[in-house]
Design a binder for this molecule. Structure first.
Ligand code: ZN
Length: 129
C-alpha cells in the first residue's frame, strides 16, 4: 500500500514539473548556483524529518535522504531555484546579487528548515519570522 501511495505521488510531481515549469526557468549551465549547495543543512524529509544530504551524481547536484520516502534524489537546481523564488517574491533585493555562498548564509538566517516531499516542487519553507 505504501508503495502505491508513493508512486502516485511521484507521478503527480512529474506531471506538475512537466506542465508548470518548462521554459519558465532560464537554463543557465554556467549559473552561479551550479557550484555550492545553498540549502545544505536546511533540508528535512517531510515524511520522517531526516536531514537530506548534498550529493553529486554524474556531475548533477542533488539532495538525498536515507529514508524510504524518496525513490530518487531531489534535483538541487530545481529545489534551490524554487526556494530562491520564494525569497525573491517578498524581498527581491535581498537575494538579487548574492553569490552562492551568500545565498547559503541568507537562507540559514531566514529559515528554520525546508521540508521536502517526493520532489522539488513539493516543498514547504519554515521561516524564522
Ligand atoms: Zn523520510
Amino acid at each position: 500500500m505504501a508503495v502505491d501511495v508513493r508512486s502516485e505521488n511521484m507521478r503527480d510531481c512529474a506531471r506538475r514539473a512537466a506542465s508548470g515549469r518548462s521554459g519558465e526557468r532560464p537554463g543557465q549551465p554556467g549559473s552561479p548556483l551550479s557550484g555550492a549547495f545553498t540549502l545544505e543543512g536546511l533540508l528535512r524529509c517531510r515524511g520522517c524529518g531526516a536531514s537530506l544530504q548534498p550529493v553529486r551524481m554524474l556531475g548533477h547536484r542533488a539532495y538525498r535522504g536515507p529514508c524510504g520516502w524518496r525513490l530518487t534524489a531531489v534535483d538541487a537546481d530545481d529545489l534551490e531555484q524554487l526556494v530562491l523564488e520564494a525569497v525573491a517574491a517578498p524581498a527581491p533585493r535581498l537575494v538579487a546579487d548574492a553569490a552562492p555562498e551568500e545565498l547559503g548564509r541568507i537562507f540559514r538566517r531566514l529559515f528554520v528548515a525546508v521540508r521536502v516531499g517526493g520532489c522539488a516542487q513539493d516543498l514547504s519553507i519554515v521561516w524564522r519570522l
